[in-house]
Write a protein that binds this ligand. Structure first.
Ligand code: NAD
Length: 454
């Protein structure tokens, strides 16, 4: 395995940077340094920890454009999306800082004494991040873990280490103690695995594929190591005939094309009630054909390239020649381009209909009634997100409760807000991130009984 990581610009295939890949020894040394830094950090007054996190947020805020442009170069995201992502890191740090002084245990009534619980930091947290949203997903683990008094070692994905490294520099400039937040770019099977196996790492927060998530969970089981898993998705977008079909059709394309479909929440299974099916396709087709695909730095661009040649080949492998497709436009190359694609007339059990493609590809499937819609919606191993479009409030509530997914939206595709909980059912994950309990997930509860009768 190479000892350097080559970062390519996915829109041009130009080499942006080479970064040394961390070894197992590097991970071991980083854990030792992190453990020492964590003890000092946990001993700080909560108000001081909060103040330093706010300074870190302010440092990010002062470099939003720089961070966004770096994200465009290493991940190929559109500049508009990249700006949102950099802003999301700032927001998360501020949100987590606000939680520091509110993180508290309970007092529980008992006879003969006082019973109190303490929420104690876990120690050193390993955050293993994917390439599809390098900055926000790193921050989902980083911000609450630091706020709860832990140290963090972040291993970014092989293809996207640059924004993570820059965030670590900004943390230091803001006064976050040295070694409390370290970034170790490296290969998953080396640096990632070393973090998972290291006895000094108390918890792994992993976001990535279900395949790797399962391996990590099984390794963590050997050590009863804490683990949060945010894994794959194949989310339904259910359109009932009673919905505002124009609105549903207008929103459906970007609900799976945003971030070039490399979004765990992408609504890639569009389920449309049969009586509205033809009308829906008629409305959606021109939008798909007119999506602006191209230079990610152009403000008008709606969709950029895929992250890598590997990902491009993966997407091509799913959209075989025998499928009926409706396609938009894409540049020829260089760059890892694939056009917006909608697959029709496919069996609900076809690989493209049930497996995560992670590219700008969705299927449209007809359904008969509410029961059929729920059955189809639940017919994958995943359960991350989903949307439903209807004007019937009773149906909205019934279907929301019946769909096995962690994040649902009605007459909308919005599913991620840092102050609401996020995570998957079934093989989409384990545990929740973000939301009111984000910090608690990085603590251990200790119960202490103090006798008043001694
Ligand atoms: P991936 O599983 O290949 O890699 C994710 C991270 O794990 C990378 O940093 C990689 O280096 C590391 N890794 C790989 N093998 C490892 C090992 N054996 N031990 C430890 N670490 C290892 O995933 P990816 O292709 O980078 O990301 C795309 C996937 O992430 C998709 O499946 C997507 O749905 C998922 N995802 C989920 C969420 C969510 O919140 N549920 C969010 C974003 C992405």
């Amino acid at each position: 395995m190479s000892d350097v990581l080559e970062v390519l610009n996915p829109a041009t295939e130009e080499l942006v940077a080479t970064v040394p890949a961390a070894t197992r020894d590097d991970v071991d040394a980083a854990v030792g340094r992190a453990a020492a830094a964590q003890r000092g950090w946990a001993a700080l007054a909560p108000a001081d920890r909060a103040r330093l996190l706010r300074r870190f947020a302010a440092a990010v805020d002062g470099h939003l454009e720089e961070l966004a442009r770096l994200e465009v170069r290493e991940a190929g995201h559109t500049i508009g999306n990249a700006r949102w992502e950099a802003g999301n890191v700032r927001d998360l740090l501020e949100f987590a800082a606000g939680g520091v002084e509110r993180l508290s245990g309970r007092q529980i009534p008992v006879a003969g004494g006082i019973d109190v619980t303490f929420l104690e930091p876990l120690g050193v947290i390993g955050v293993i991040a994917p390439w599809n949203f390098p900055m926000p997903i790193a921050a989902w683990g980083l911000a609450p873990a630091l706020a709860a008094g832990n140290a963090v070692i972040l291993k970014p994905a092989e293809t996207t280490p640059l924004t993570a490294l820059r965030l670590a520099e900004l943390a230091l400039e803001a006064g976050i103690p040295e070694h409390l937040f370290q970034v170790l770019p490296g290969h998953g099977a080396v640096a990632g695995d070393a973090l998972v196996e290291h006895p000094g790492v108390a918890k792994i927060v992993f976001t990535g594929s279900t395949r790797v998530g399962k391996q990590i969970m099984s390794k963590c089981a050997d050590r009863v190591k804490r683990v949060t898993l945010e894994l794959g998705g194949k989310s339904p977008n259910i359109v009932f005939a009673d919905a505002d079909i124009e609105a549903a059709a207008a929103a459906a394309p970007m609900a799976y094309l945003d971030n070039t479909g490399q979004d765990c929440c992408a609504r890639t299974r569009i389920l449309v009630q049969r009586s509205a099916y033809d009308r829906f396709l008629e409305l959606v087709a021109p939008t798909i054909e007119s999506i602006a695909v191209g230079d990610p730095l152009d403000e008008k661009t709606q969709m950029g390239p895929l992250i890598s040649r590997t990902q491009l080949e993966r997407v091509r492998g799913y959209v075989t020649d025998d499928l009926t497709t409706l396609r938009g436009k894409a540049p020829e190359g260089p760059g890892f381009w694939y056009p917006p694609t909608l697959v029709t007339g496919v069996a609900p059990t076809a690989p493209v209909a049930v497996e995560e493609v992670f590219g700008p590809v969705a299927v449209v499937l007809p359904f008969e009634d509410e029961e059929d819609a729920v059955r189809l919606a639940n017919a994958t191993e995943y359960g991350l997100s989903g949307s439903l479009w209807t004007r019937d409030l009773g149906r909205a509530l019934r279907v929301s409760r019946a769909v096995q997914a962690g994040n649902l939206s009605v007459n909308s595709h919005s599913s991620v807000r840092y102050w609401t909980p996020f995570g998957g059912y079934k093989q989409s994950g384990l545990g929740r991130e973000l939301g009111p309990d984000a910090l608690t997930a990085f603590t251990e509860t200790k119960n202490v009984f103090i006798s008043t009768e001694a």
